[in-house]
Each structure stands twice: as structure tokens, then as C-alpha cells.
Write a protein of this length. Structure first.
Length: 294
């Protein structure tokens, strides 16, 4: 999520997803790649101004002019039902737009630009998640100072130690926010093993990249009926002391069909026992059957 025109300018989205298969001999085969190029008017209601994909998908044009906030995922499902049902790379990228856009707003607070009182009231939702709980650190800070507190996370470790796991990632420019995801699946001991990494990071004007959110997920899924047998979330970097408590919500996926995770999380993983960002990571587990059969 890039801001080439400065903090209050447009948000340019450079989104990429790749399917890779690793052979027993260690060879890496890139099976497919999908990319999105989009533009969002962040200060104008998060309005999608432009979007194009490679491979091309003409139906994306129907999303232009609407907000990428509330209701966007429902509109994507209605406009591209086959992409949703087939758990495609394109759908995964589109599914990330609402929360990735939300997180991109971190750049404004880090740059000293804070929401108006009206916008603050609109964006402040108590008990939305573990971190935004009533009486928690962030809510107390908002009530006291009338602005959303900004916490600077640790320096972002390089992802280049495992180059086969990541596609090319251009250097980030000032005020950019990046969401990096990895979902690895493999067969071992009669189950599908799952290992996932999720990271949001921000780049300051001097080029320093720091982590905003980071989780890992480890679990096991039945290869026959895709029932989740085990799932553990480990919080690695989160902004508020109340946030890590949400990691326990991952255990609620056990016994569920992984193919139903998207609607399940959307409907039931709400309130202070959950985390908006962990929810996004868990929702992406619905893509597992497609990846496993590549």
C-alpha cells in the first residue's frame, strides 16, 4: 500500500500472489502468479478509483467507485462468485483490501496526521477486538488524548533468508505499508501440515521498516474431509498489551471444515476474544484445499 503523493494522497496498491510447489529434490516450481494494480482514495471514503489484474479480469471494473471498506467483500463475492468459490489467488488479494487499507492508515498517525473528532468517533469501536476492548490501553488513550495512539514496533526482520518462499518484493518507499503472507502446506504422517506467517509492516521517511502486526499459525488438517485437527496461533508482534489474548481464538477452529472458515470467522469470530488481523490470517486457511491439490 504505497503513498507516492505523500501522506494525504492516493493509496496505490501493488498486490501479488503466487502458488509454488516444492519437489522432493528441492526444486521449486512456480505454478501460477496473479497481480493487482489499484488506486484507492483513502481520504475520500476509501473509494476504489482504479483496478486491473494480470491475468485480466474485466468484472473487476464493477467494483470501481465503491468503498473498499464495509461491504466490499460481499460485493466481491457477488461480482466474482466463481473466484470466491474456487478460492483463487485473485480472490485472496481482493479479500485483503479492507483490512490492508485500514492498516495503511497507520502511516498517517506515524506521520503526525490524526483524524478529526468526527472521524475519530466513526472509527472508534469499543470491543471490536481484543486490542480495542473497553478500558484497554488504546481506548483509554483515545478517551484521554482524543487521538488514536501510535506505537512503533521492532525492526522488520528480512524475509530473504528463505528466498524460495517469497516472490519478488520491490523496496518500500516512505509511508508505505506492506502485508506479507505465506501459507505452506505439506503431507506428513497422514495429515496435512499447515504453517502460516502474517506480517504488516510500515516504512518511515528515513526508510526504516518496522513491524505493526505479526502472527504465525501452525496446525493439522485431515486430508480426506479437510477437518481441522489442530490449530495454534503465536503472536510475535502486536501493538497493545491486550492483543495477544486473541491468539487463543485459533483453537476454536478445531473440528471445523477448513473450506468453511471464511464465512465462519466472519460470522462468529467477533468481540474481544478475537483479533481483526488474526481473523484475516485464519480466513485464508480456506484456500488450503486448492493449494494442497496443485
Amino acid at each position: 500500500m504505497l503513498r507516492p503523493d505523500g501522506l494525504l494522497g492516493r493509496v496505490v496498491v501493488d498486490a501479488r500472489a503466487r502458488d509454488v510447489r516444492t519437489g522432493a529434490d528441492g526444486d521449486v516450481e512456480v505454478r501460477a502468479m496473479t497481480s493487482l494494480d489499484a488506486e484507492i482514495d483513502f481520504t475520500g471514503g476509501w473509494t476504489l478509483r482504479r483496478i486491473a489484474s494480470d491475468p485480466a479480469e474485466p468484472r473487476l471494473e464493477s467494483l470501481v467507485g465503491d468503498t473498499v471498506g464495509s461491504g466490499f467483500r460481499r460485493r466481491v463475492q457477488a461480482a466474482l462468485p466463481d473466484q470466491y468459490e474456487q478460492a483463487t489467488r485473485l480472490h485472496l488479494l481482493l479479500d485483503d483490501f479492507p483490512v490492508a487499507t485500514l492498516v495503511s492508515g497507520y502511516a498517517l498517525g506515524a506521520g503526525g496526521i490524526h483524524p478529526t473528532e468526527e472521524a475519530l468517533e466513526r472509527r472508534t469501536t469499543a470491543d471490536l477486538c481484543s486490542g480495542w476492548r473497553s478500558g484497554g490501553t488504546i481506548m483509554v488513550g483515545i478517551e484521554r488524548d482524543r487521538l488514536i495512539p501510535v506505537v512503533t514496533g521492532p525492526e522488520a526482520p528480512s524475509l530473504d533468508a528463505d528466498p524460495d518462499a517469497w516472490h519478488s518484493r520491490p523496496p518500500l518507499t516512505a509511508h508505505a505499508v506492506r502485508r506479507a503472507r505465506r501459507l505452506d502446506v505439506w503431507s506428513a504422517g497422514g495429515v496435512i501440515e499447515v504453517d502460516s506467517l502474517y506480517r504488516d509492516s510500515h516504512v518511515d521517511p528515513e526508510g526504516g521498516e518496522t513491524v505493526i502486526h505479526e502472527y504465525t499459525l501452525r496446525g493439522q488438517v485431515d486430508p480426506v474431509d479437510f477437518t481441522i485437527r489442530a490449530m495454534v496461533a503465536t503472536p510475535r508482534v502486536l501493538p497493545w498489551v491486550e492483543c495477544p489474548a486473541a491468539a487463543a481464538s485459533a483453537s476454536r477452529l478445531v473440528g471445523q471444515d477448513v473450506r468453511t472458515v471464511r464465512p465462519l470467522v466472519r460470522a462468529e469470530f467477533i468481540g474481544i476474544s478475537t483479533c481483526t488481523h488474526l481473523n484475516d490470517q485464519m480466513r485464508a486457511l480456506a484456500d488450503l484445499p486448492t493449494i494442497f491439490t496443485l
